[in-house]
Design a protein around this ligand. Structure first.
Ligand SMILES: CC(C)(COP(=O)(O)OP(=O)(O)OC[C@H]1O[C@@H](n2cnc3c(N)ncnc32)[C@H](O)[C@@H]1OP(=O)(O)O)[C@@H](O)C(=O)NCCC(=O)NCCS
Length: 344
């Protein structure tokens, strides 16, 4: 195995002449990790040039062969604000023509040597059954989390039928004392008490199953939530959805959020859907999804509606199956503890 050369740092440390190649590699990495064709290069060029969120620190190991060609990278990030300050994630990518000669392992070692001492656990994921999973399994036998990705073919729905369901659901929830509230971008802050809305999001996040992952609770402040949405908008997403609120006090008790990227018009991503504990058992999760499906079918031009759920999230999986979602892939997460990665 020939020695690799490295540049370690951030985008600004990589000479300009390698930027387009790096953008292509990032897209290729995604194409091996996702169950769908990733968005066009235009998405990745925009993404590459975005200022990264300030709540995370990141580092990239750019790897070159002896002809100075960029042949792979290692990337890691960790929170420096809010929560989970001892946890991070990483990814390794090597171009297909240079695999199985030990470069992936070398890049990973180099990356691990850069991780600051406060970080005690790093997670990495790969598509089930992929070469990436075989690679991670060489170093770590047990996975800690399985996310099932499911998608519905939107041509299988009849808009008129969905409208009828939504009309009935709207009446039903009205009778129970609730109503739907339409959401777009940042308007949750006008339609609700902002702090109350963000608290609901935090509770919903912290209620999602983490299986064996050691990540602890998330702390979502209004500032953090706003900056997350700002970042998705900059990535080219339209960010919209619905909340369910009590009619009497306008308290938000559940919401659903959908992302539709202008660089990837075939896919619509179903992000969070959740209802706080005290208001469960009323069918609000499914009602919210019917409501947002009506909007997807009437306003967007997407072909597939996809979402990911923890393997153990039985309630949401049942809802998604009702909404014609079929499994398209699984993302398997492996978590490395510091004492484990220091031995590699
Ligand atoms: C995963 C990846 C980085 C491996 O790069 P690589 O340079 O081939 O890795 P190495 O040569 O160091 O392989 C180390 C070990 O991983 C395992 N492995 C890697 N590729 C494998 C494959 N195709 N089949 C079975 N085992 C494999 C083997 O145990 C291998 O050791 P061996 O060759 O002595 O048997 C590369 O395949 C890749 O970029 N895949 C796409 C991105 C990805 O999925 N990354 C993983 C998640 S972070």
């Amino acid at each position: 195995m020939k020695e690799l050369k490295y540049i370690i740092g951030k985008k600004k440390d990589l000479p300009e002449k390698y930027h387009e190649k790096m953008i292509i590699l990032i897209r290729s990495n995604d194409s091996e990790r996702l169950p769908f064709e990733p968005p066009s290069l235009a998405f990745y060029r925009n993404y590459w040039n975005l200022p990264k969120p300030t709540e995370q620190e990141t580092i990239t190991v750019f790897a070159f062969n002896d002809s100075d060609e960029l042949i792979g990278f290692g990337y890691s990030g960790w929170n420096i604000k809010y929560d989970n300050l001892e946890h991070g994630f990483f990814q390794i990518y090597v171009v297909p023509t240079n695999r199985r000669i030990g470069y992936g392992t070398e890049i990973m070692r180099k990356l691990f040597s850069q991780i600051p001492s406060q970080i005690k656990a790093l997670a990495a994921s790969a598509k089930e059954g992929s070469v990436g999973e075989a690679f991670l399994q060489k170093f770590k036998q047990e996975s800690c989390f399985e996310e099932i990705i499911r998608a519905a073919d939107l041509s299988e729905f009849d808009l008129e039928e969905i409208r009828e369901v939504v009309t009935k659901e709207t009446e039903r929830i009205e009778q129970l004392g609730y109503s739907f509230v339409e959401l777009e971008s940042f308007d949750y802050a006008e339609k609700f008490n902002e702090a109350e809305y963000v608290k609901m999001v935090e509770r919903i996040w912290n209620d999602m199953p983490r299986e064996e992952m050691s990540f602890g609770e998330d702390i979502i402040t209004p500032e953090r939530y706003k900056s997350m949405i700002e970042y998705t908008l900059k990535k080219g997403d339209r960010n919209f959805g619905y909340a369910i609120a009590t009619k009497e006090t306008n308290e938000p008790v559940g919401h659903t959020r959908v992302l539709y990227n202008k660089y990837d018009l075939n896919l619509v991503e179903q992000d969070d859907t959740g209802v706080v504990h005290e208001h469960r058992g009323n069918g609000f999760g499914l009602a919210l999804k019917y409501k947002v499906l009506e909007k997807i079918l009437s306003e967007l031009n997407a072909k597939f509606w996809f979402t990911g759920n923890a393997q153990s999230n039985k309630h949401m999986i049942r809802i998604n199956k009702k909404l014609k979602h079929k499994t398209v892939g699984k993302k398997i997460v492996y978590e490395f503890k510091r004492e484990e990665w220091e031995l590699i």
